[in-house]
Design a protein around this ligand. Structure first.
Ligand SMILES: CC(C)(COP(=O)(O)OP(=O)(O)OC[C@H]1O[C@@H](n2cnc3c(N)ncnc32)[C@H](O)[C@@H]1OP(=O)(O)O)[C@@H](O)C(=O)NCCC(=O)NCCS
Length: 256
């Protein structure tokens, strides 16, 4: 979980159809935003999905505060919540320092980013496209906020199903965060995954440089090659943005 201030964006529309029938099970699902009174149900679900504890205040916050995109999928028969996504928009400058590396330095720290705090589906409803629908709704909403350039999240390094899910949604593994989670007295690594939207893009890496240089060589255009080298050096070493992106994790994390 990441505590940060957010932009005053209010999510008040759901783009999905009111009902959705899950193809494999014929179950009918209705989507709605969280509301006061959902706290204990959401807490029970999160305790089942995640090995980390959230404070009660966090549950109060996500069901009440309109700054969160907190969309629930409910079984129409039982009215129980069976899936949930919670996200909010914040300025890049308000993200954890190590996460600020996800966007290229051409984007200032006043650029907006969307952080997914929670995404989960109860076991019996998995692999039927429910998390996909929740995510696609968030994505559709965010494309309206042209200033939001990236969606990102943290995932435990060993959470293979979540990693597969995010990769299927075109997220890229951007930052390795050693010892990020403390779970049952053990420090475990996490990854920061990012999906670029609305023209956002990641920092240039050495492998980008090599492939660009290779493409230039293939075209035998020395001017273009020099231009690429110049851009790489400028972006990597000479950026004098008044906001320094010194990362507290610089010593131990790296861009993948
Ligand atoms: C990750 C999670 C939200 C996926 O929910 P879901 O409703 O089953 O996901 P979807 O059915 O929309 O899956 C979409 C795609 O993601 C991938 N995927 C999802 N679960 C997968 C799994 N267990 N193994 C491999 N790929 C998986 C597949 O590509 C899938 O498409 P397909 O079914 O056509 O192959 C769910 O497994 C979950 O709640 N896990 C526990 C909570 C959690 O770890 N949340 C993420 C925290 S960062």
């Amino acid at each position: 979980m990441q505590i940060s201030s957010s932009l005053s964006v209010s999510f008040d529309e759901v783009n999905t159809e009111l009902f959705h029938i899950l193809p494999n099970s014929n179950l009918s699902i209705v989507f709605r935003f969280l509301r006061p009174g959902d706290q204990s149900e959401v807490k029970t679900l999160c305790q089942d999905w995640f090995p980390i504890e959230y404070p009660d205040k966090w549950y109060d916050d996500i069901v009440q505060n309109k700054k969160y995109f907190a969309l629930a999928a409910c079984d129409t028969h039982t009215q129980n919540i069976v899936g949930l996504i919670v996200a909010n928009i914040l300025l890049l400058g308000h993200c954890n320092r190590e996460d600020q590396q996800i966007l290229n330095k051409n984007f200032t720290l006043r650029t907006s980013a969307c952080y997914i705090l929670t995404l989960g589906v109860i076991k019996e409803y998995r692999r039927q496209g429910l998390a996909s629908i929740l995510f696609e709704n968030l994505l559709a909403t965010l494309t309206k906020y042209d200033t939001c350039k990236v969606i990102y999240l943290h995932v435990l390094f060993s959470n293979k199903q979540a990693i597969e899910f995010y990769e299927s949604k075109l997220f890229q593994r951007r930052v390795h965060l050693p010892y990020y989670y403390l779970i049952k007295h053990e420090y475990l690594d996490a990854y920061c995954f990012a999906r670029y939207i609305n023209g956002g893009y990641p920092p240039y890496t050495f492998s980008d440089f090599l492939s660009n240089a290779w493409a230039c060589l293939m075209r035998a255009n020395p001017c273009h090659l020099l231009y690429t080298i110049r851009n790489f050096v400028k972006n990597k070493f000479l950026d004098t943005d008044s906001y320094q992106r010194a990362s507290s994790y610089k010593q131990i994390s790296h861009i993948i």
